[in-house]
Design a protein around this ligand. Structure first.
Ligand code: CO8
Length: 300
């Protein structure tokens, strides 16, 4: 499993490490024979790496809603680390294999009625996912092909670029306040860095879930495209980003993100303690249970 306390890769590896790699060819144009492809699959995540373009596709396949359980988060971090350590991989597109849902965010059942040990392990896995994704040296593109509340939104926010299917039924945002819980400071930091302070403040206080067109207007996603064009667009954006020399892009990414990453790394244990003391409160447990009930009622 992922070792606790591990630093994000941008902090552990010298940023120029990847710059010494040979530059692979741009994305395979349509019509040419298929490029060599390496794939590996866990229970909840499927990864395919096209070695000629250097681009991996990571698909979430944890129905019904790709909720971020401990198992999902662990598989995600391990898969990302595998790609990060593979010299043939320079970029990752993350998307969902579950129709209409990108990810429903943290698995609420992991935060209800569990032991302190479980909360500790779970929260460390959430931190680990974010440190690895936000701190990745690779180009990361989120192809958001469904709803993406809370932790799902965080995953998209942690990528370098977000493209969303233009379906107004799909929404995205940090809706924690609606559950009676508070988005941690590093969720907030990642959000502010994408949309700016004012929009983030209003959206966080209201726990807003923004339909795709509104999310685009706010800058929460960079582009909207028809759903059937999403992967094509993601590949095109990736090719554009990979056309630049790795070392300059990576150093720039580190410069932009390091302060925010360092803040969590410096306060990681305190953040776990805060999470445990918050989530173990009876009032918070009650809010989470009621929210789960509401989801079930809405269904019936
Ligand atoms: N965790 C666990 N189970 C979930 C979750 C979730 N996040 N989301 C949905 N489910 C379950 C439902 O309860 C339902 O279960 P069952 O089949 O047993 O009744 C099943 O998944 C399917 O759900 P729906 O019927 O609602 O599916 P729809 O396709 O109609 O809707 C949605 C999909 C839009 C994703 C909808 O399920 C939804 O809105 N889910 C809630 C999303 C949400 O609010 N997530 C927030 C999680 S909290 C978080 O990520 C950050 C917390 C930060 C911690 C702060 C410190 C405490």
């Amino acid at each position: 499993s992922v070792s606790p306390g591990v630093l994000p890769l941008c902090c552990r590896l010298p940023a120029w490490d990847r710059a010494s790699r040979p530059s692979p060819s741009p994305l395979q144009p349509p019509g040419l024979p298929l490029a060599p492809c390496r794939s590996f699959s866990n229970n909840k995540i499927q990864v395919e790496l096209d070695e000629s373009s250097g681009v991996a596709m990571m698909k979430f396949k944890s129905p019904p809603v790709n909720s971020l359980s401990l198992e999902f988060l662990t598989e995600f971090s391990i898969s990302l680390e595998k790609l990060e350590n593979n010299r043939a991989c320079r970029g990752v597109i993350i998307t969902s294999a579950v129709p209409k849902i990108f990810s429903s965010g943290l698995d609420i059942t992991e935060m209800c009625g569990k032991s302190m040990e479980h909360y500790t392990e779970f929260w460390r896995a959430v931190q680990e996912m974010w440190l690895r994704l936000y701190g990745s040296n690779m180009v990361t593109v989120a192809a958001v092909n469904g709803s993406s509340p809370a932790g799902g939104c965080l995953m998209a926010l942690s990528c370098d670029y977000r493209i969303m299917a233009e379906n107004p039924k799909f929404s995205i945002g940090l809706n924690e306040a609606q559950l009676g819980i508070v988005a941690p400071f590093w969720f907030k930091d990642a959000f502010v860095n994408v949309v700016g302070h004012r929009i983030a403040e209003r959206s966080l206080q209201l726990g807003s879930l923004h339909p795709a067109p509104e999310a685009h207007k706010l800058g929460l996603v960079d582009e909207l495209v028809p759903e059937e064009k999403l992967m094509e667009k993601a590949a095109a954006v990736m090719a554009q980003w990979l056309a630049l020399p790795d070392h300059a892009r990576q150093l720039t990414k580190t410069m932009m993100r390091k302060a925010v990453l360092d803040r969590l790394v410096a306060h990681r244990e305190e953040d776990i303690k805060n999470f445990i003391s918050f989530v173990s409160k009876e009032s918070i447990q009650k809010s989470l249970r009621m929210y789960m009930e509401m989801l079930k009622k809405r269904k019936s």
